[in-house]
Write a protein of this length. Sequence first.
Length: 136
Amino acid sequence: MINRKNILFVTAVSFFAGSTSASALNTEEVIHCAIIEAVSCELRMGCETGGADMVNLPNFVQIDIPEGQLTGNRPDGTKLATPIERIESLDGSTIIQGGEEGVGWTILLSEENGSMTVSGSSDGVGLIIFGACFQE
């Protein structure tokens, strides 16, 4: 069974993608992201808002597009990784998508300001994550 923490991780990892400016986003380099806020909702249970630790998600995530993987470390010390399945540039944004273990996720990165919005979903569970990203 898929649980909210798995959905939240996959979604949160997705949120972290972004860049500091439109010209700075380089999909050939790793993108570093921080989760600012997470909203987790469960069918008939309502929603909760908080930080990454509320849902045991990493505070910081790396989006490694050349390697096709999102990675991070949960507050409990567990290392997490999920494959990237699709990348597209569209109207000033980079869209990154993937899914595993019954969880689908999408990350939208603003090429203008580095903001990140992530959505993740599974049966009866939804997650929205807001974050900010940069490249070294």
